[in-house]
Design a protein around this ligand. Structure first.
Ligand SMILES: Cc1ncc(COP(=O)(O)O)c(C=O)c1O
Length: 514
């Protein structure tokens, strides 16, 4: 089939899908977003109900085009989340049954959402560890039982439904747009949106956005046909597709003007910025298009641009990872390991002279050697700030290594040799989250104690909490310091000495009863 006739067929599918889809739901909003430049940015809010993702459109349209007999027999689908919810909703609306295959590690929240939308109409089968394994099991099951398989993207009826979101953009009268940034998983939404927008806004450029590590459409286009990616990053789980669809490949190759990739950190940053604009968290796949738009914002001066926030189904626990990966104020989080003398005042010197004015978000240090110390500092920094830090290090001859993305950093490993801690005192310390507070603490303790352990991570709260190990020349110095802590007008309220048992655990000493 020539791609021209495929494109025409898709156009016709969208045309027909409108009547079916609009009978079920109201259009989602199209909202203007001020990204702080002179670009006119609009966002199609597909993160809204009924399932907080656009996927119900394609699932419903696909199932509505089946014969009554097929629907009576029931349908099958495979999904890691959003498509399953769409099929569940459509099954309930159309009064048919659906068997939904999901990989076993699917978060409980997504399984519950399927049950919520589908009720008695849906049976969930948890099979395999990956979407692909669930997909093959679902296909086998459908073939064995003679049931219709509702494909999440590689089916014109599914794509036809997804295209209705582009029709709503056209019907809103807000266009035409110069450029649209559309995320690609299997490529169904991108193909449909590009097909419809290019018909009604002939001058529009459509940019397909994929996450690094899951760019299966970019690989397919480069290769001249769909290829299986050797490895698949699943951070953006909604778009994690190992191999582009056959139909979607043909359509995207023709309809998409440029394929770009963004990093997971850029996706996290787009989520954070959307939160700042709208107080709404979109899921990683839902923010991909916006991340693509932001990555090209310097090309958008005076232009009218469109992005789609197409999903908001994420497990609450993922927020911690997203927040840690976003950096603050559009900066990137980096981890630097410095080598300084293991001597009193060296740490304070590092913070004051090298890192002065920097936004410190993490501090990992443990005394592991008698001669030198290697604290790891996490910074949210722009390229310029990073360069300044490197220059300051070079000026004072301080060795520094960028160890961002190291597994030890990812897992917050702190090396220390507790046998080197002399007369140690371990305490929790809370300081106000403002510039200089950490330095003030170190300045206060520095003449009396040496830091042998420090563990701090910015949490977004007004107070920063650190686990601190101090060491002293003599037991008398340690006692004197404890008295000072209890009398000091500020430190008194901000510290808590660890219990003997916790201290023993941290020092690797046997604890009572063991
Ligand atoms: C939130 C979200 N965005 C994007 C996609 C990708 O859609 P497609 O497979 O049609 O490219 C999906 C697919 O499930 C999704 O759930």
């Amino acid at each position: 089939m020539s791609s021209e006739s495929l494109r025409q067929q898709l156009f016709n599918e969208i045309l027909l899908a409108r009547q079916r889809v609009y009978a079920v739901r109201e259009p989602t909003p199209l909202e203007r977003l001020d990204i702080g430049t002179d670009a006119e940015v609009w966002v199609k809010r597909e993160d809204q109900p009924p399932i907080h993702a656009y996927k119900w459109r394609g699932a419903y349209n696909n199932m509505a085009t089946l014969s009554e007999e097929q629907r009576q027999r029931g349908v099958v689908c495979a999904s890691a989340g959003n498509h399953a919810q769409g099929v569940a909703l459509a099954a309930a609306k159309l009064g048919c049954s659906a068997t939904v295959f999901m990989p076993r590690p699917t978060p409980m929240m997504k399984r519950k959402a399927v049950a919520l939308h589908g009720g008695d109409h849906v049976t969930v089968e948890l099979v395999g560890d990956t979407y692909d394994q669930a997909y093959h099991a679902a296909r086998d099951y459908a073939a064995e039982h003679g049931l219709a398989f509702v494909h999440p993207y590689d089916d014109l009826a599914t794509m036809g439904g997804q295209g209705t979101l582009a029709d709503e953009v056209v019907m809103s009268g807000t266009g035409p747009f110069d450029v649209a940034y559309v995320q690609i998983g299997g490529g169904g939404m991108a193909a449909a949106v590009a097909c419809w927008l290019k018909h009604y806004m002939p001058g529009i450029r459509v940019v397909g956005v994929e996450a690094e590590g899951q760019a299966s459409m970019k690989a397919a286009v480069a290769h001249g046909g769909p290829v299986e990616l050797e490895s698949l990053d699943i951070f953006c789980d909604g778009t994690a597709v190992q191999r582009a669809g056959d139909l979607t490949f043909e359509l995207c190759r023709e309809l998409i003007d440029e394929f770009i990739t963004v990093s997971n950190a850029e996706v996290c940053n787009a989520i954070r910025r959307f939160w700042n604009w709208r107080r709404r968290i979109v899921e990683p796949a839902g923010a991909l298009g916006l991340a693509g738009l932001l990555s090209q914002q310097d090309r958008l001066s005076g232009k009218r641009a469109l992005a789609i926030t197409c999903g908001a189904n994420l497990d609450f626990s993922q927020l911690a990872v997203i927040a840690a990966d976003t950096g603050i104020g559009g900066q990137v989080r980096r981890h630097l390991r410095f080598r300084i003398d293991e001597s009193p005042g060296a740490l304070l010197g590092l913070l004051r002279d090298v890192l002065g004015g920097c936004n410190i978000v993490e501090f990992l240090y443990g005394k592991a050697r008698a001669e030198y110390a290697e604290p790891v500092i996490g910074l949210d920094a722009s390229d310029e700030v990073l360069q300044t830090v490197m220059q300051r290090c070079a000026a004072v001859g301080m060795p520094v290594t960028d160890i961002t993305d190291g597994e030890d950093v990812d897992f917050r490993v702190i090396n220390y040799d507790a046998s080197l801690f002399h007369q140690p005192l371990l305490l929790r310390y809370e300081f106000p989250e403002r510039a200089g507070a950490l330095n003030e603490f170190l300045e206060t303790i520095q003449p009396r104690a040496n830091v042998c352990y420090f563990n701090y991570l910015y949490s977004g709260e007004r107070v920063g909490r650190a686990l601190v190990g101090l060491e002293f020349d003599t037991d008398g110095d340690r006692q004197a310091f404890l008295e000072l802590l209890d009398e000091h007008p500020v430190l008194r309220l901000r510290h808590r000495v660890l219990s003997a048992e916790t201290t023993q655990r941290m020092l690797g000493l046997p604890t009572g009863g063991q």
